[in-house]
Design a protein around this ligand. Structure first.
Ligand code: 5GP
Ligand code: ZN
Length: 132
């Protein structure tokens, strides 16, 4: 636990999130500034700075895989992109970004194109993804 880290606080339940999945080691929740509806972050509960530092990579990516399949099945995403740069929050996170027809992004995701989605709608989206 890093006391200054916002994702550590989310992992501990000190800051709320729209939860998608949780087990002993990992947590998946909606990004607060989504690039598309259903944009999810997967984090280890323990603080590591970089995705490649995370222990148990197989289990970590398994959560990303299941989330991606749920986005396709339950949100009708055309396909899903994984991004792992981590320039803003220094706690490892995999961005799981669903892509839709005419979603406002070019071939690559344009990280300046955040979507505005109401709190109520975010809750509803999280519920739909959880049906995995
Ligand atoms: P990166 O570090 O990869 O550049 O991006 C960090 C991501 O975390 C951003 O997409 C940002 O919207 C998201 N984020 C930052 N603070 C919070 C928060 O408090 N809650 C949630 N759900 N997402 C956050
Ligand atoms: Zn942390």
């Amino acid at each position: 636990m890093n006391e200054f880290c916002i994702f550590c606080k989310i992992a501990k339940g000190e800051i709320p999130c729209n939860k998608i999945y949780e087990d002993k080691k990992f947590l998946a929740f909606l990004d607060i500034q989504p690039l598309n509806p259903g944009h999810t972050l997967i984090i280890p509960k323990k603080h590591f700075q970089w995705v490649y530092d995370v222990v148990d990579q197989g289990a970590y990516w398994e959560v990303a895989k299941k989330t991606a399949h749920s986005l396709v099945k339950n949100l009708q995403a055309e396909y899903v992109m994984f991004v792992t740069w981590g320039l803003e929050v220094p706690h490892a996170h995999i961005h799981v970004v669903p892509r839709y027809d005419n979603d406002g992004h070019p071939g690559f995701i344009d990280f300046s194109k955040k979507k505005t989605i109401s709190a109520e709608k975010m809750k509803e989206i999280a519920e739909r993804i959880r049906k995995q």
